[in-house]
Design a protein around this ligand. Structure first.
Ligand code: MN
Length: 228
């Protein structure tokens, strides 16, 4: 068997403390998972019907790399989020088993073309053009789960050009990690290699060309980059 064209390369992330890399299969994202952020967007948390969307795996941008300012927008927003990497998967995963599927943790930016999202909301269009564009998913190196201790007070934060923009704590998530995995698995068959963006705390705002960003999941991972 041979391919008619050169097959695409597998997107991957570095692993903290290892020369191996983590191959990315799919990127799932949950929206409105922090009440304060839902409020700032003029939305309310609907606990019974979580909002999910996807980004393509090749939207990943690795730590230290430039993010090209995207086409077709004048309002590129940052959303700092904890990123969960799965080492296993399944369908209809029981809540009690969901946490055991986590391979590692990192921090990422769910970059959003906010102006296109606003149009999509008004027209009841899908969010793909707002969320799933090229280079829309900068993600840190991943730290294996066995080396990570998370608590409700674990901080997630973002500075832009050294100035604080977003600051949250994991305990403020509406749906915790295990719950997000269990619910997602009722909608999609999850597999090893999947990444899940777990929602952003309040403080989302615009990034401009030339801005430098520094995202941090305290004690776990950091992500640095620049909008080119
Ligand atoms: Mn988000």
């Amino acid at each position: 068997m041979s391919y008619a064209i050169t097959p695409p390369t597998v997107p991957s992330l570095p692993i903290i403390g290892s020369d191996q890399r983590f191959p990315v299969r799919r990127i799932f994202c949950i929206g409105r998972n922090y009440a304060e952020h839902a409020r700032e967007m003029g939305a309310v948390v609907d606990r019974d019907t979580p909002l999910f969307f996807c980004k393509p795996a090749d939207a990943v941008v690795t730590d230290g790399a430039d993010v090209p300012y995207p086409q077709a927008t004048g309002d590129l927003h940052h959303e700092v989020e904890m990123v969960v990497a799965l080492g296993g998967g399944g369908r209809d995963i029981p809540l009690s088993q969901a946490a055991s599927l986590v391979w590692g943790y990192g921090v990422g930016l769910d970059l959003t073309r906010r102006d296109l999202q606003a149009v999509a909301k008004v027209k009841s269009h899908p969010w793909d053009v707002a969320k799933a564009f090229d280079h829309s998913a900068p993600v840190s190196a991943l730290r294996p789960a066995g080396a990570v201790t998370l608590t409700d007070d674990t901080a997630i934060s973002l500075t832009v050009n050294g100035q604080p923009r977003q600051q949250g704590r994991l305990g403020d998530m509406v749906h915790g990690v295990a719950e997000v995995i269990a619910i997602l698995s009722t909608l999609f068959e999850l597999k090893a290699g999947d990444l899940i963006f777990t929602g952003t705390p309040a403080g989302v705002a615009a990034l401009q060309r030339g801005d430098s960003f520094h995202a941090e999941l305290a004690g776990v991972a950091t992500l640095d980059g620049r909008v080119a």
